[in-house]
Ligand binder design. Structure first.
Ligand code: KG4
Ligand code: ZN
Length: 410
C-alpha cells in the first residue's frame, strides 16, 4: 500500500548533503496538519526490538535538533530459556517475544507517565535478525500504529547499536570512527552523520562476539559466552598462552576470528592432556560442545586460557581501531554492540585513545546489548536528520539479511 502520511524531515541542509533513504515509500505530511505538534512540541517515538533473544520496548522524546531523550525502556532477556539448548532456538524466541511484548509496552508507558495515543511514531527493528522474531515486533508495531492511526518506521538493528552512545551522558559528535562489535557483526566504519556510513573494514568470517561465544563454549561456560568468559578471565593471566591475533598486521581493516576458536580448542586439549593423569574419568562429563576434561582443570588454568583468549580478541580490535583513526584522521571513536561491554576491551581502548588524544564514547553499559531504546533513538534520529520519513505503511516488512551499507542508497 502506498501510504498517505509522513513525518516531515526537519533538517533541509543535511537533506541536500545526503539524499533521503526511503525504506517504505511515503508521501504527504500529516503531522503538519496536526496543530498540537506544529509549534515545536516534542515528538514521541515508541520503539520495539525483537531481532534475537531480547524483547525491548522504549519511549524516546525529541524536539528540534536536540539529542533525543530516553523517557523509559523495558527489556526482557530470554537467555535463561535458551541456555538449556546452548544457543538461541528461533521458534522459541519468536513465541517468547509474543508473550513479553505487550506487558513490556504497558510497563514503559506507565513508567514514562504517557498514554499510547500520545505516541507520534511507532518504530520497530526491521532487520537484520531472525525472521520469525523480527515479525513479532514488526507485526505488533504495525498493528498498534494502525489502531492509533500513527505512522511507522522500520529501523536497522545495527544503526540502533551505532547510534546508542547518543543516549549516554557523554554523547559523541559527528564525524567519528565506529567499532561495531556484536554477536553477528564486527565492523569499522567512518560515520559522518545519520545514515552516512562508510565501511572501512569488517570480519571475513566469525564476529568478535562469536569468537567469545565459541571459545566460551569450548570452556564449558554455556550461552551467551561473552560475559561468562570475561568474568573467568578477570582472574587469569592474559599472557599465559600465546594465541593467534588474526590479521593483526595485515595492513587493512578487516578481521578474521575463525582461527582463534580452533587455537583455543587445540590449547584446551593440550592442557587436558598435560593434566590428564590428575583428572578422574568421572570428571569428564561436561556441557555439550566443551573440551572434555577442561572443567576438571584447576580454576587458575581455566582462567588463564579465558584471559589469553580475551586478550587476543581485544588486541586485534584495539589495533585495527587505532589504524582506522590514523587512516581517517578522525579524533573520535564510538564503540557499540554487545562486545563493547567488555571491560578489558574498554580499558585498552581508553588507554590507547588517551595516548593519542582521541575521545572515545560508549553506550551506557546496560544499552550495549540489544534493547528497545536504541531502536526508538535511531528512528528519532533518522526523522530528525531528514534521512527518512515515517509512513502509514502497515504492510510490515522485515529484512533478516540487510547490510548496513545499503542504508546509504537513496
Ligand atoms: O549486540 P548484541 O547484544 O547482539 C547482537 O546484535 O548480536 O551482542 C551480543 C554479543 C554476544 O556474542 C555476547 O557474548 C557478547 O555480545 N557480549 C560480550 C560481553 N557482553 C556481551 N562479549 C564480551 N564481554 C562482555 N562483557
Ligand atoms: Zn544487537
Amino acid at each position: 500500500m502506498n501510504q498517505a502520511d509522513a513525518i516531515p524531515p526537519s533538517a533541509p541542509s543535511q537533506r541536500q548533503a545526503a539524499p533521503p533513504v526511503t525504506l517504505t515509500a511515503a508521501v504527504g505530511n500529516k503531522l503538519s496538519d496536526e496543530p498540537s505538534k506544529q509549534s515545536g512540541q516534542p515528538l514521541l517515538v515508541l520503539g520495539f526490538e525483537s531481532s534475537c533473544d531480547e524483547t525491548g520496548v522504549a519511549l524516546v522524546e525529541w524536539q528540534g535538533q536536540a539529542v533525543p531523550r530516553l523517557l523509559a525502556h523495558a527489556l526482557y532477556s530470554q537467555v535463561e530459556m535458551h541456555q538449556a539448548f546452548g544457543g538461541v532456538v528461533p521458534e522459541l524466541a519468536s513465541r517468547d517475544h509474543i508473550r513479553r511484548v505487550l506487558p513490556l509496552t504497558t510497563e514503559v508507558m506507565a513508567s514514562a507517565g504517557r498514554r499510547l495515543d500520545e505516541v507520534d511514531v511507532v518504530a520497530y527493528t526491521r532487520g537484520p535478525g531472525l525472521a520469525g522474531a523480527l515479525l513479532v515486533g514488526a507485526g505488533l508495531a504495525c498493528a498498534l500504529a494502525a489502531a492509533l492511526d500513527k505512522p511507522v518506521l522500520g529501523v536497522h538493528h545495527l544503526e540502533g547499536h551505532l547510534l546508542s552512545p547518543f543516549l549516554s551522558a557523554d554523547p559523541p559528535e559527528f564525524p567519528f570512527v565506529a567499532l561495531l562489535v556484536s554477536g553477528g557483526h564486527t565492523q569499522l566504519m567512518r560515520v559522518d552523520g545519520v545514515g552516512r556510513y562508510e565501511m572501512l573494514g569488517e570480519t571475513i568470517d566469525d564476529a568478535a562476539g562469536e569468537a567469545f561465544d565459541k571459545s566460551a563454549k569450548l570452556m564449558g561456560l554455556g550461552y551467551p559466552g561473552g560475559p561468562a568468559l570475561a568474568a573467568l578471565a578477570a582472574q587469569g593471566d592474559p599472557k599465559a598462552y600465546a594465541l593467534p591475533r588474526p590479521l593483526l598486521h595485515s595492513g587493512d581493516l578487516d578481521f578474521s576470528f575463525a582461527g582463534l576458536k580452533t587455537a583455543v580448542l587445540v590449547q584446551s586439549q593440550k592442557m587436558v592432556a598435560a593434566y590428564g593423569a590428575a583428572i578422574a574419568p568421572s570428571e569428564y562429563t561436561l556441557a555439550s560442545g566443551a573440551t572434555p576434561g577442561f572443567g576438571a582443570l584447576p580454576l587458575q588454568a581455566q582462567a588463564d586460557l579465558a584471559a589469553s583468549t580475551q586478550a587476543a580478541i581485544a588486541d586485534v580490535l584495539v589495533k585495527k581501531s587505532m589504524t582506522a583513526l590514523k587512516q581517517t584522521g578522525l579524533q573520535r571513536l564510538v564503540v557499540a554492540g554487545g562486545v563493547g561491554a567488555n571491560r578489558c576491551l574498554r580499558e585498552q581502548l581508553n588507554a590507547q585513545c588517551a595516548a593519542r588524544g582521541v575521545r572515545v564514547h560508549y553506550p551506557e553499559l546496560h544499552l550495549c546489548t540489544d534493547n528497545g531504546a536504541m531502536i526508538a533513538l535511531a528512528a528519532a534520529m533518522r526523522l530528525q536528520s531528514g534521512m527518512q520519513v515515517a509512513s502509514r505503511d502497515y504492510g510490515f516488512h522485515v529484512q533478516p539479511r540487510w547490510p548496513l551499507q545499503s542504508l546509504q542508497a537513496a
